[in-house]
Design a protein around this ligand. Structure first.
Ligand code: NDP
Length: 256
């Protein structure tokens, strides 16, 4: 029988921002398929609790690492130590992110810096720390988490949209450099999913009505609905897929 091209069992996966939210669901999805998963966030307590939950629920090998993704030096030193301890990850998911909202005329430059650092520079810092070792080994999968907001603007989040547009082009640029080392770099751009990041939106009746009207699927996404696309991009099934951006948005960006 042919081997299963989607099999990721035994592969080592680091998911940034997996202490909660989408990253947590993505890490759990990888663990459910037998990957060894490294949970990440800023707080040791939160990361350890999330790692325990996923290990208990899936039986997978799960560990944790903490660093601030906006601190290039901390990222470098923590990931050097991680590689020494666990080996070179087979799978890297750059998911940690932040949203700040304000009308453009009032947007604080410090918030601009925080959004760009957390959503875009972070993916560079983390990938820069891991991909040389992936290249030396001759294999790797990098999945960057973008957003529908790289395609569709919304009022009050221009910096967020700009950062996610940057993630799409970072994906293509990294893919261009890394494909020759058998490292596939791709992007998943989610639509709207209920997490801490957008509590104010899913608690707002008018916004929920807008989601129903604006999304062909007429609903919010469920975080588990991102996992299938991630498994595809982390497995041999996507061995010749490079620099792509897959929208997982219930059809939102395919219609006006
Ligand atoms: P959450 O706010 O629920 O979770 C954010 C995660 O990122 C947490 O694990 C947090 O860790 C981590 N994080 C944030 N800042 C830093 C930092 N400076 N250093 C280290 N870790 C950090 O967000 P979501 O789960 O909603 O979002 C995850 C990703 O998905 C983001 O990139 C977001 O832009 C993207 N996305 C989300 C959508 C949605 O509808 N929710 C839609 C489209 C894209 P800690 O516990 O330390 O705070």
């Amino acid at each position: 029988m042919a081997s299963n091209p989607f099999d990721i069992s035994g592969r080592l996966a680091l998911v940034t921002g997996s202490s909660r939210g989408l990253g947590n669901a993505l890490a759990r999805g990888l663990a459910e398929q037998g990957a060894k998963v490294i949970i990440h966030g800023r707080s040791r307590d939160t990361v350890d609790a999330a790692a325990r939950d996923i290990a208990n629920a899936t039986g997978a090998e799960v560990s944790g690492v903490t660093f601030d993704v906006t601190d290039a030096e901390e990222v470098r030193s923590q990931l050097t130590a991680l590689i020494e301890q666990h080996g070179v990850p087979d799978i890297l998911v750059n998911n940690a992110g932040l949203q700040r909202r304000a009308p453009f005329t009032e947007f604080d430059p410090e918030d601009w810096d925080a959004v760009l650092a957390t959503n875009l520079s972070s993916a560079f810092y983390v990938s820069r720390a891991i991909t040389p070792a992936m290249a030396e080994r001759g294999s790797g999968k990098v999945v960057n988490i973008g957003s529908v907001q790289s395609k569709l603007a919304r009022q009050t989040i221009a910096p967020y949209g700009a950062s996610k547009g940057g993630v799409v082009m970072l994906t293509q640029g990294m893919a261009a450099d890394l494909a020759r080392y058998n490292i596939q770099v791709n992007c998943i751009s989610p639509g709207y999913f209920r997490t801490d990041m957008n509590t104010a939106l899913w608690q707002d009746d008018d916004f929920n009505a807008w989601i129903e009207k604006r999304t062909p699927a007429a609903r919010w996404g469920e975080v588990e609905e991102l996992v299938g696309t991630l498994l595809y991009l982390c497995s041999n099934a996507s061995s010749f897929v490079s620099g792509q951006n897959i929208l997982v948005d219930g059809g939102m960006t395919s219609v006006v």
